[in-house]
Design a protein around this ligand. Sequence first.
Ligand code: 5GP
Ligand code: ZN
Length: 135
Amino acid sequence: MKDKDCIFCKIASGEIPSTTLYEDDDFRVILDLGPASKGHALIIPKEHYRNLYDIDDELAAKAIILAKKMVNKMKDVLGCDGYNIVQNNEEPAGQTVFHFHIHMIPRYKGDNVGLGWHVGELTDEVKNEILEKMK
Ligand code: 5GP
Ligand code: ZN
């Protein structure tokens, strides 16, 4: 399925040009236009899924296998010191393009890429609440 108003559908199909690092029947891998660091790339499926909540299982599995292949190659190409794999779901989590994608963000020693969170505390109350609701 494609969404005629979706920019990543158009990029994935080639209708809108992109800096493509890799392409197969299921995915296009492109450089992000607003990179967090040198080499920041996106894995974009050719079919439209809003995010991880609704992507096809088999395609999700293929996407993470492709991420593994890409970062193994790109760490050598870029000479980076680490990698973050990021995948945002819905606006409060930072999703701005509502077509599933995986960010591959190379990390370099001393870079100021702002990924992270303040470390909280897991209380017994919250732990028990979640465990109870998960049943
Ligand atoms: P999100 O915030 O949804 O997880 O990530 C969307 C990403 O897509 C952002 O990092 C943004 O820079 C990138 N992006 C948005 N529009 C375009 C585009 O037209 N071309 C490319 N290459 N990247 C885009
Ligand atoms: Zn789309």
